[in-house]
Design a protein around this ligand. Structure first.
Ligand code: IPE
Ligand code: IPE
Ligand code: MG
Length: 244
């Protein structure tokens, strides 16, 4: 796939709101590597590094929540070596980046299932969340071992465990049982890597999100690409089912 020219000049539309919450399906690491004759692992390393660049630009743009899709419940089905490498990359990123993320006021959250994750990695994730919980510059919500359907299943189980009376079950209650409880719904979902699907990402929360897809592979999705996506969002008219 030919990659589009990147343009550092892309700027936002003045006087139009930026999204409060952006979700990113960070796809195309493998193809990015393949295009360079590199192993897929190199693509995952480059992709992991890229989160920081995009996060910093999100802070500059005034975005309050960035949810990044790092590993889906379906991704366990990949070759064992690739899964192992992805798990290793996550724990290494926590080790390498946590101090600086914390110093920069980033609050880390996790959306996903802990069950099935290596116990040490579970501990590391809990520690990253605990340590950054009072930060308020931006929330970096990492969708890891995340599936939108699994999330709804987990929510229903908890609602039943809590013996919530049926008449109390409404949309707000369900939202409050999701991994994303307390976060605003995403306004904009970005998918890199040229595919046009949600792949089980924020199934409930994205009901009224705006969608933006780009052929740019995730490791190449830079500051200007984020501004381009936000500028496109600013040009959209959100109607939420109403008439203008
Ligand atoms: C996204 O890149 C990262 C994860 C799913 C973990 P891919 O690994 O899916 O890259 P492609 O889609 O094969 O290019
Ligand atoms: C979605 O990408 C999951 C993540 C980005 C973590 P996939 O590469 O797994 O999605 P499909 O298989 O193309 O739908
Ligand atoms: Mg993919």
């Amino acid at each position: 796939m030919t990659q589009p020219q990147q343009n550092p000049e892309v700027s936002l539309v003045p006087d139009r709101p930026v999204p409060q919450h952006i979700g990113i399906i960070m796809d195309g690491n493998g193809r990015w590597a393949k295009a360079r004759g590199l192993p897929r692992q190199a693509g995952h390393r480059a992709g992991t590094k890229n989160i920081r660049r995009v996060l910093e630009e999100a802070v500059r743009l005034g975005i309050k929540v960035l949810t990044v899709y790092a590993f889906s419940t379906e991704n366990w089905g990949r070759p064992q070596e690739e899964v192992k490498h992805l798990m290793w990359l996550i724990s290494k990123s926590i080790q390498d980046e946590l101090d600086e993320l914390d110093a920069n006021g980033v609050q880390i959250r996790h959306s996903g299932r802990m069950a099935g994750v290596n116990p040490q990695l579970q501990k590391d994730i809990r520690w990253a969340i605990e340590r950054t919980r009072h930060n308020d510059r931006i929330i970096l919500n990492v969708a890891f071992n995340y599936g939108g359907r699994a999330e709804i299943v987990d929510a229903v189980r908890h609602i039943i465990e809590d013996q919530v009376p049926p008449e109390e079950v409404d949309e707000a209650l369900i939202s409050s049982y999701l991994y994303t409880a307390g976060l605003p719904d995403p306004d904009l979902i970005i998918r890199t890597g040229g595919e046009y699907r949600l792949s089980n990402f924020l199934t409930w929360q994205a009901a009224y999100a705006e969608y933006y897809a780009t052929p740019v592979f995730w490791p190449d999705f830079d500051e200007a690409e984020l501004r381009r996506a936000v500028a496109v969002y600013q040009g959209r008219e959100r109607r939420f089912g109403l008439v203008k």
